[in-house]
Design a protein around this ligand. Structure first.
Ligand code: PA5
Length: 464
């Protein structure tokens, strides 16, 4: 993978770009962040970095379980949300046929269809039952905390249905992925005897894709999970270089975004030029937003930092958002993600040669067209003075995808160190969760309920 940040620099962007002297002046801040990152890693505060190296047995267990179950099931359904859903979806979409679920089984190696049910929209779940045969479905309940209302409520509905419809046989239709000791899910799984895979305790939700959270669904879709870990390990080794951070792509990505943030670029656009990478933007959006959007720094000072991730797709969003990116406010940094080699090639026929505005396309491949459009968009952004950079994968494979995912994880963690915030908590999410519990009268949330009851009521005059 290549990170090209020419179009972030003053040589290309003039005063809108970053001068080398600005990077040099940041050296002490960067060195402090490098040291903090190394210390946190050494102290066990970044256990997700061990995932590429410590899961040979987990991979064996997963592969054996998939082999055992595969022929009995037609659908594999993930029940999870946030970090427990976005990664499985992104990886499957990146590596498998885009119409995977529509293809006959024999064309996808005999693997089941994949469904990811994250939201609690009643229509989505009820309609899913219209297409599932419960006798041939395996539900993977994924929750690190084991208590997330959305996931656990789905589980409660489905477990009841399975019990009613399948009798004693129901247990083999549930597999849990959760923490080894904390939360309700592990207690339920142990009591019922459900097959369970463990998320290592120091690995938080949005950093868990390379744990069984992502590996199990990927393996059930025929993806080479050892390859994913191999790619991630390669990135991890590369990113151990903290001394010469200019050779460390994840650190450089974070440094450039940090400078952009300091210059008021509060929006981070992720724009892959490959449909296969479209859902990587969703996964990245959670990682970047939830990790870096913080009110307090590590010293308790109010900082209200973060960058709003925006998901875009090239070339589709050239016809939707690029007008804003080129001519709108100077409030964004745009990451264009390309691939050198697509899995397929298709050539435009040499027709309508008498029409110059169409004829020039004859004989051109769609591969060349989309790549050229990416180059053209980079150019348009750059002449408009808009910060942009490109990430290029040689090809989307399990190895390069593992490399890319781990790249973003390390970049996010390092951006957290530069911003001096805790990238691994999410207190702003907890507030909403607690308010939900209080509104439902969950025991232990009486004070929160009182607080909500006493909050000023909405004024009718603002409701029309
Ligand atoms: O990153 C996180 O920790 C969160 O986004 C979680 O992934 C999300 O809230 C789901 O949590 P859990 O896996 O505990 O159900």
């Amino acid at each position: 993978m290549k990170l090209d940040y020419n179009n972030m620099m003053s040589e290309k962007l003039g005063s809108q770009g970053i001068a080398q002297s600005e990077l040099d002046a940041l050296k002490p801040r960067i060195e402090t962040a490098v040291a903090a990152m190394a210390q946190k890693h050494a102290d066990g505060g970044m256990d997700w970095r061990n995932l590429p190296f410590e899961q040979a047995d987990v991979v064996k267990d997963i592969v054996a379980y998939v082999d055992e179950m595969k022929s009995d099931i037609e659908a594999f359904v993930v029940l999870g949300i946030g970090g427990s859903a976005l990664g499985p979806l992104a990886v499957q979409q990146a590596l498998n046929h885009p119409y995977y679920n529509e293809l006959p089984r024999e064309k996808v190696g005999g693997y089941p269809k994949l469904y990811v049910v994250d939201n609690v929209d009643p229509e989505r779940l009820v309609y899913l039952f219209d297409i599932l045969d419960l006798k041939k479905t395996l539900f993977n309940v994924i929750s690190k905390s084991g208590s997330t209302s959305e996931t656990m409520s789905q589980f409660m509905i489905i477990e009841e249905m399975l019990k009613k419809q399948l009798g004693d046989d129901y247990k083999k239709h549930i597999v849990c992925t959760t923490d080894k000791s904390t939360g309700n899910l592990i207690a339920i799984a142990n009591k019922a005897g459900y097959k369970t895979f463990i998320i290592p305790s120091g690995v938080g939700g949005r950093f868990s894709e390379l744990s069984p959270v992502g590996l199990l669904p990927a393996a059930f879709c025929g993806i080479d999970i050892a390859g994913l870990l191999e790619g991630a390990a390669e990135m991890d080794n590369l990113c151990r270089n903290g001394k010469d951070y200019t050779k460390n792509p994840a650190y450089m990505y974070a440094i450039l975004h940090y400078i952009a943030m300091k210059r008021g670029k509060n929006i981070s656009v992720m724009m892959p030029y490959a449909d296969s990478l479209k859902f990587i933007s969703d996964w990245y959006a959670q990682l970047w937003a939830e990790s870096l959007g913080k009110k307090y720094d590590i010293n308790g000072k109010i900082v209200n930092v973060g960058q709003t991730p925006v998901k875009a797709l090239g070339a589709t969003d050239q016809h939707s958002q690029v007008q804003l990116y080129t001519e709108g406010p100077f409030d964004k940094i745009i990451v264009l993600m390309g691939v050198d080699e697509y899995k397929e090639t298709i050539t435009i026929p040499k027709v309508y040669t008498d029409m110059p505005s169409l004829g020039f396309l004859g004989g051109v491949t769609h591969n060349k067209l989309i790549q050229t459009e990416q180059v053209a968009t980079e150019y348009a952004l750059t002449v408009a003075g808009k910060m942009n950079m490109t990430l290029t994968l040689p090809k989307v494979t399990p190895q390069t995808l593992g490399y890319l995912l781990h790249f973003f994880e390390i970049a996010t963690a390092f951006a957290g160190e530069l911003l001096e915030i805790n990238a691994f908590d999410q207190p702003g999410v907890e507030e909403g969760k607690n308010a939900t519990y209080a509104l439902f009268g969950r025991p232990g949330y009486e004070d929160k309920k009182k607080e909500l009851d006493e909050a000023p009521k909405k004024d009718q005059k603002y409701i029309i």
